[in-house]
Design a binder for this molecule. Structure first.
Ligand SMILES: [Zn+2]
Length: 188
């Protein structure tokens, strides 16, 4: 019995890339979610999710990374443009509609630098996505059940911060904090 439990635990741990393991706890603290599922997209991006991710979510994530890599190369960036470099957490949405009533699955995150700005909802802000760590490169997005083009866009947008961090630190610094104005897409 004990052996079986241990081997089950070992299986789960061995499925996690060692590098992303610390970020799993961080993502769980930020979202309040438990990421019990692991998956890989067809192109090799690493996924942690609250529920088994739908094929539409997985291919939308690949499409977002494809779009990101294309615009990154266009800007002359070449580092960290592999699907397997990216780990994406798919969290529960904290809201499904924005203030205008449009379908918009977002996560609530601590306001931090957005405190007192128009984004501030009283200590937290709704975000389509959020970077968790730069090394390894991880970010969190909300689960969608439709409008998968939005998933591709969010993946591309969060990925812009990561690509800039590893390829153009000055431009990264200028665009990291949206409370000073400026949004996505950053790379044209
Ligand atoms: Zn951003």
């Amino acid at each position: 019995m004990r052996t079986r439990i241990l081997s089950g635990l070992f299986l789960i741990l061995s499925l996690m890339s060692g590098a992303a393991f610390a970020q799993l706890g961080q993502a769980q603290r930020i979202t309040g979610d438990i990421f019990g599922f692991t998956a890989r997209t067809r192109n090799g991006a690493n996924i942690y999710s609250v529920r088994r991710p739908s094929p539409a979510m997985l291919s939308a994530i690949d499409q977002g990374l494809t779009n990101l890599f294309a615009v990154a190369r266009k800007n002359g960036y070449s580092r960290r443009l592999n699907y397997s470099d990216y780990t994406i957490f798919i969290a529960n949405a904290d809201r499904n509609r924005d203030s205008a009533g449009r379908y918009s699955p977002d996560i609530a995150v601590g306001a931090a630098q957005y405190a007192g700005t128009d984004y501030d909802q009283g200590g937290y802000v709704y975000a389509a996505g959020m970077v968790i760590s730069f090394n390894p490169m991880t970010f969190v997005i909300a689960e969608h059940t439709r409008d998968f083009n939005r998933v591709s866009d969010v993946v591309r947008y969060e990925g812009e911060h990561l690509v800039l961090y590893h390829n153009d630190r000055r431009r990264y610094s200028q665009t990291a904090d949206h409370s000073q104005g400026g949004g996505h897409p950053i790379l044209q």
